[in-house]
Ligand binder design. Structure first.
Ligand code: C2E
Ligand code: CA
Ligand code: CA
Ligand code: CA
Length: 279
């Protein structure tokens, strides 16, 4: 019994020190990756099933490490946030995304929108509003074609400051969405306090459509809530035809998920744009 317990503790410590080691390693590598511009952007289409077209792309960070392979954003973004590296990464990805959108606009896709994830940490950076304004001007992007998505993963510690920035961003006329709606701290109180434009229903609710009746009720209720508040709505993580049918039946037409496409490189994204709809 004692031996078993000791073994388990040893295993736990071993596992723990391994994950701490990995974290420290990743942290160091991330500094280098940012300096060497080893990160890249992928694009996932957001589809309107009624108009049968790609209305925009969500921009997602990717990091391919030469030894570790693909490191998922769920692993390196929290590290980037803790270390403050997110500010530089965010600035770089914002510019890159604007540059990319300009390229597609110049090729004729004038209505296309781009959605960029903004970490709450970036809100506390004093010049985030100016940075966005500058990029929009530099790349001749109409603010209506630019959207920011934010998720609350930690409780807000300076809500007034946050509100102030939201007000400024709204004044610019860019789109503002609540990401992962229904999870974490992305809660109802935001809807009334921040006058946002869009809700993205979290994948976890979409995934269980048809399997669990409770989730169907939640999805239907979120859609109704958005309609009553005159917010637009996007369903995330749509993987199956049944989910598309269900969402359409409830008048949710904007969707994103592997059913349509995984996040892809900019070249592949352009291919998708030209060839849509394929099915
Ligand atoms: P998110 O903003 O909720 O992004 C959607 C995530 O769901 C993406 O994961 C996407 O690949 C995945 N996804 C989309 N459709 C499906 C589907 O049908 N099935 C499944 N199973 N997954 C689907 P990814 O790219 O790994 O990103 C994870 C999270 O990392 C993002 O969640 C976002 O919170 C964060 N992130 C990614 N890029 C950035 C960025 O540039 N800045 C910031 N601040 N956060 C980012
Ligand atoms: Ca997002
Ligand atoms: Ca999301
Ligand atoms: Ca998420």
């Amino acid at each position: 019994m004692g031996k078993e317990k000791n073994e388990r503790i040893a295993q736990f410590n071993n596992h723990n020190s391994k994950s701490i080691e990995r974290r420290i390693f990743i942290e160091n590598e991330l500094y280098k990756a940012v300096k060497k511009r080893d990160l890249c952007l992928y694009y996932q289409p957001i589809v309107d099933t009624k108009e049968k077209k790609i209305t925009g792309f969500e921009v997602l960070l990717r990091w391919k490490h030469k030894e570790l392979g693909m490191i998922p954003p769920s692993e390196f973004i929290p590290i980037a946030e803790d270390t403050g590296l997110i500010v530089e990464i965010g600035k770089w990805s914002m510019e890159k995304a604007c540059q990319q959108l300009k390229e597609w606009r110049d090729k004729g896709f004038r209505d296309l929108k781009i959605s960029v994830n903004l970490s709450i940490k970036q809100f506390y950076q004093h010049d985030v509003v100016k940075m966005i304004t500058d990029y929009l001007t530099m790349y001749e992007i109409p603010p209506e074609c630019f959207e920011l998505e934010f998720t609350e993963t930690v409780p807000m510690y300076n809500f007034e400051w946050f509100l102030e920035i939201i007000r400024k961003l709204k004044k610019l006329n860019i789109g503002l969405s609540i990401d992962d709606f229904g999870t974490g701290y992305s809660s109802l109180s935001y809807l009334t306090k921040l006058k946002l434009d869009k809700i993205k229903i979290d994948r976890s609710f979409i995934q269980n459509i048809y399997l669990e009746h409770d989730h169907n009720v939640v999805v239907k209720t979120i859609i109704a809530l958005a309609q009553n508040l005159k917010l637009s709505i996007v369903a995330e993580g749509v993987e199956k035809k049944e989910q598309v049918f269900f969402l359409n039946r409830h008048h949710c037409f904007q969707m994103q998920g592997f059913y349509f496409s995984k996040p892809v490189s900019s070249d592949e994204a352009f291919q998708l744009l030209q060839n849509w709809p394929e099915k």
